[in-house]
Design a binder for this molecule. Structure first.
Ligand code: ZN
Length: 235
């Protein structure tokens, strides 16, 4: 049991540490330089349009009640290119863009696509679903360890490991689900998801790693192409 635990433990990636964040709403943010392909007024317009579509799609679903999206900028100038979704103190969804992320997009469609993707994570309840998977997997690992006759310390270790594996196991599927709905949201907001998804061509390909956090870029592009075809969009 211990060897199995250690083996799997070595494959589990540790969660990203966001540290203490200082953020500003996109409506108040001042772009620090002209060295951006998408200027601040365009960024605000994208936030407005994608935000409206995301709110409407969120409210349409009976299993989500918190739909008041806000878009904010991480003020840390050294934060790497990243965009992610979290919840504020009122349990409302927040999409956070780092400065490097805004700087790394080449046009409005790419920024809209990233925003659509992040809003989809919330609409599809990926954070609570990940917690549920984590709890269930912790219980299963604990039960297996108990059957194997583990002592209390090993039992606790097995539950912790189960929680980590459970949190990671569907993460790649969640990314592809978010790409699919993100494509639809981007399109409805008036942007082109096919141009937006070109962003994938420039970011490093994570490859197809067991329990990795992201699917290979080619798989993500395929989902965008397939969804776009269903929406009647052609390249
Ligand atoms: Zn994602």
């Amino acid at each position: 049991m211990r060897r199995l635990i250690l083996l799997i433990f070595g494959l589990v990636l540790s969660a990203c540490d966001t540290g203490s964040l200082r953020v500003q709403p996109v409506e108040e943010w001042q772009q620090p330089s002209t060295d951006f392909q998408v200027d601040v007024l365009t960024f605000r317009e994208i936030s407005q349009r994608v935000g409206d579509v995301a709110r409407a799609e969120c409210k349409r679903r009976s299993n989500v009640s918190n739909c008041d999206f806000s878009i904010v900028v991480d003020l840390n100038p050294r934060a790497p290119a990243n965009a992610f979704q979290t919840l504020d103190d009122d349990n409302q969804p927040v999409i956070i863009f780092t400065r490097a992320m805004i700087q790394s997009v080449e046009n409005a469609d790419e920024l809209a696509f990233v925003m659509g993707h992040e809003s989809a994570h919330h609409i599809l309840r990926h954070i609570p679903r990940q917690s549920e998977n984590s709890r269930e997997s912790a219980a299963i690992f604990g039960e297996l360890a108990r059957i194997a006759g583990a002592n209390d310390a090993d039992l606790e270790q097995a539950q912790k490991l189960g929680a980590q594996v459970g949190a990671q196991i569907y993460v790649k599927d969640f990314e592809l689900e978010a790409d699919r709905l993100g494509t639809i949201i981007t399109h409805r907001a008036g942007y082109n998801p096919l141009l937006g998804a070109r962003y994938f061509a420039r970011i490093p390909d994570p490859g197809d790693r067991f329990l990795g956090t992201h699917p290979p870029n080619a798989q993500r592009v395929e989902i965008v192409l397939e969804t776009s075809r269903q929406l009647g969009l052609t390249q």
